[in-house]
Write a protein that binds this ligand. Structure first.
Ligand code: GLN
Ligand code: ZN
Length: 772
């Protein structure tokens, strides 16, 4: 029985890679420094796994930016716009130009597009294909990394992205061809790569084929059959580990079981039922090793040893111990590094920590379970089992997890709790009377620039260099300035600016019961960016009001309406590490009730406009369409629970970004928010079409400028977008706002952009007056 790790985090336990990469991009670190840091990180991962006793240690799982971009370089699929850079610059600089764009005296090219890696919060750079796409073995990274480990006497298992999944994850940049037809041109390059790995001494290769967790076509399946058949005939002694994760093989299982591979990996965390499907399948010939992905690569909970051992034993009894491997469910890329670094009792108490395992601890779990299964009787291993049992039994009764009142409240929810009193048209009338806003009302999405100064107050407060009173005083001043600023430039509905929040999810995680906050629980999101999701371990409740004090203070400063600003339940769920001992739908409803209380308290405090942000609603969608409606139903219900506790006169806003709404417009509509603000400027309002086609009934604020760039939009540009929107939507329903929050921007460009936004809205109003 072997232990198999599918991949390891690579940003460094204290985000060392981030720091050196960002310095390199600024010209403050040399290429050697960067490359050396990469070497150190790889070696320390390999050593850690070797010393722990892992049998199949991954290589080529490291990346300076993104593993799909690495494959793009390996397969030599460099888009034409980088040709000149390819000729003149090093491979590494070409790579970063593709990842981040490049603008200097000599070059001006945009970055490749970025999108989510399946249903994770990791983003990859989307390969681009043309009809006559050429491929070549351009970067030898997989081979070099294998040799790099070998030089330290560590024989690794190279991880390569299958050419089929690679093609399916990419984008056709011109019409008239199907990307999967490029496979015949890509395969020779891929075989050359495999040959290079074999020549270097690789005996096992992990081929990642996660498209098998998606709905794919027969044609795609044929491509997969061809690939593995050819591989088997070309490299007869090579041990191929076919690896998919994040969901079941589903209707691809029959195909998969026929493939001539050495081992088949199963993600049994995301899809435990498929184990029986495989064992019982008519065409399961017991000719493959099963790599049982039982250690959760995407979450931070300790593995239950007893349960895992039982599963392994069951498989063992059917197919024999030497046909069974024990593995992580997917790459540990999605786990934070090391629980041992967590020493802050205040934010992550020992009572919670005892239930957790980060990447390093998961490696130890794998080895320990192997020892337990293979009859290790040492005291040390027995003690680990005892500990694990103890942790899991305390979990069942722990009073920090279980809150009877919260559970009761969720079970008593009725349909009434997720409906506003009156229907939208009635509410709209009441709200128009109450709010008396002009046509084309202007507002922003919530946050205003978070300057270095503002961030320094928070870190000083954390380090106790600033008292809470002094900190609050500074926040008050910042809010007042933000309010005065908005009044001065003439916005209609103001916000307090969110300067007291580090992050829109962590902030609520810090204040709600049932959450813990790690200090170093970083997970790569894209490139040098990492996120630190809060740890949602128990029943969620709100011990006291969270935002009311600041919103009410902001409102007290102005005669204009100030919008209350909350993060919605789905987004809080989606961007946290969520407990795995109850259904996500139940957890989401618990959060929804906590947010509902906050919404009601804001209303009580005199806030008449309240925004509940749900930017993550789309990314919660399951990978396979058949499960979409179940998810969407509880997601919509949760949002409505959160927002339906208020009177009709209170206007509920929601905000979403980075979203294609085509598939889910019906559900977006059923959220029944009075106003939705969305990102539309980059697509020049194209994203609005789906709202128009669906005759979206409620009010809508299509973003009129892209806040991701410091560029200031001209008055004319904004006006043009508004003219476009006014042709598509009833004037009564249109709001004017930027695409998203302004947190990452600076004040000067924010001022200039918002002045133009207000002026454009005024121009639109005057046109209306003339028309009457
Ligand atoms: N209210 C949040 C902000 O303005 C919304 C952020 C988001 O959509 N991601 O920062
Ligand atoms: Zn946004």
């Amino acid at each position: 029985m072997k232990t198999n790790v599918l991949g390891y985090p690579r940003i460094g336990a204290k985000r060392e890679l981030k720091k050196v990469s960002e310095r390199y991009w600024k010209g403050a670190a040399t290429k050697t420094e960067l490359v050396e840091m990469g070497k150190q990180l790889k070696l320390s991962n390999w050593r850690l796994m070797q010393q722990a006793g892992i049998d199949l240690i991954p290589s080529n799982d490291f990346s300076f930016y993104d593993q799909v971009l690495d494959a793009t370089l390996t397969y030599g699929c460099i888009p034409a716009r980088y040709q000149k850079i390819k000729e003149k610059e090093s491979k590494l600089d070409l790579y970063f130009a593709m990842a981040r764009g490049l603008q200097n005296n000599e070059f001006d090219v945009t970055a490749m597009e970025m999108t989510k890696w399946f249903d994770t919060n990791y983003h990859y750079l989307v390969p681009e294909f043309t009809a006559n796409q050429k491929f070549e073995l351009f970067s030898l990274k997989p081979i070099n990394e294998f040799k790099e480990a070998l030089a330290h006497n560590i024989t690794t298992k190279p991880v390569v992205l299958s050419p089929v999944t690679y093609l399916l994850l990419g984008k056709e940049k011109e019409e008239g061809f199907n990307k999967i037809d490029l496979l015949d041109d890509l395969l020779p390059v891929f075989y050359k790569l495999i040959e290079g790995l074999v020549d270097a001494g690789a005996t096992h290769i992990q081929i990642d084929e996660p498209c098998l967790a998606l709905d794919i076509t027969d044609k795609d399946r044929e491509a997969i059959k061809k690939l593995y058949k050819e591989l088997a005939s070309k490299f007869s002694s090579l041990k191929i580990i076919l690896t998919s994760y994040f969901d079941c093989y589903g209707d691809n299982l029959e195909t998969v079981l026929q493939l001539p591979v050495h081992a088949l990996h199963l993600d049994l965390v995301r899809c435990s039922l498929q184990l029986d499907d495989v064992l019982d399948a008519a065409n399961f010939k017991n000719d493959k090793i099963l790599s049982l992905g039982l250690i959760d690569g995407r979450n931070i909970w300790k593995t239950n040893f007893e349960d895992t051992i039982a599963t392994v034993k069951k498989v063992e009894s059917k197919i024999g111990i030497d046909k069974v491997w024990l593995a992580t469910s997917c790459s540990l890329l999605h786990s934070p590094y090391d629980l041992d670094l967590e020493q802050n009792e205040e934010t992550l108490p020992a009572s919670v920590k005892q239930w957790l395992a980060f990447a390093k601890q998961k490696v130890d779990e794998l080895v320990t379970i192997k020892k337990l299964v293979t009859g290790d009787t040492s005291k040390e291993v027995a003690a680990k089992l005892l500990n694990n049992n103890r942790a899991h039994s305390t979990k069942k009764e722990s009073s920090v997890i279980h809150n009877a009142a919260v559970k009761a409240r969720v079970s008593l929810l009725t349909a009434n709790d997720s409906e506003r009193n009156a229907e939208f048209l009635t509410r709209q009338k009441i709200q128009k009377d109450q709010l008396k806003l002009p046509a084309y009302p202007t507002t922003t999405i919530g946050s205003f620039p978070q300057t270095k100064e503002v961030r320094s107050w928070r870190s000083k407060l954390k380090k106790k260099e600033l008292s809470l009173d002094a900190y609050n005083e500074l926040i008050k001043q910042e809010i007042e300035e933000t309010i005065r600023f908005q009044e001065k430039i003439g916005l209609d509905v103001l916000v307090h600016g969110e300067c007291e929040r580090n992050d829109m999810v962590e902030y609520f995680g810090e204040k709600l019961e049932g959450f813990a906050i790690s200090s170093f629980g970083w997970v790569q999101s894209y490139g040098s960016r990492a996120v630190k999701p809060p740890i949602l371990f128990g029943d969620v409740s709100r011990p006291s009001a969270i935002t009311v004090k600041w919103s009410a203070y902001a409102q007290s400063l102005s005669s204009k309406f100030v919008k209350g600003m909350l993060t919605g339940p789905i987004t809080i769920l989606q961007w946290s590490f969520v407990r795995n001992d109850q259904a996500r739908s139940t957890t989401c409803k618990q959060i929804a009730l906590a947010i509902r209380d906050e919404v009601v308290d804001l209303e009580q405090a005199g806030i008449q406009v309240i925004q509940v942000d749900e930017p993550a609603i789309r990314e919660g969608l399951p990978l396979r369409k058949e499960y979409w409606s179940t998810y969407l139903n509880w997601a919509v219900e949760s949002f409505k629970i959160a927002t339906s506790g208020v009177a009709d006169k209170t206007q509920i806003h929601t905000h979403m970004c980075y979203s294609e709404f085509n598939d889910i417009i019906e559900h977006i509509t059923s959220l029944d928010a009075d106003v939705i603000t969305i990102e539309t400027s980059r697509s020049k309002m194209d994203l609005l079409n789906v709202f128009v086609d669906f005759k979206y009934p409620n009010e809508i604020g299509p973003g009129v400028y892209d806040i991701h760039s410091p560029r200031v939009p001209t008055l004319l540009e904004i006006e043009e977008l508004l003219v476009k929107a006014s042709k598509l939507l009833p004037t009564d329903n249109i709001w004017v706002n930027p695409d998203c929050g302004l947190k990452t921007r600076d004040w000067p460009e924010t001022k200039a952009a918002l002045e133009n936004l207000v002026a454009a809205a005024k121009t639109m109003r005057s046109k209306l007056e003339k028309a009457y």
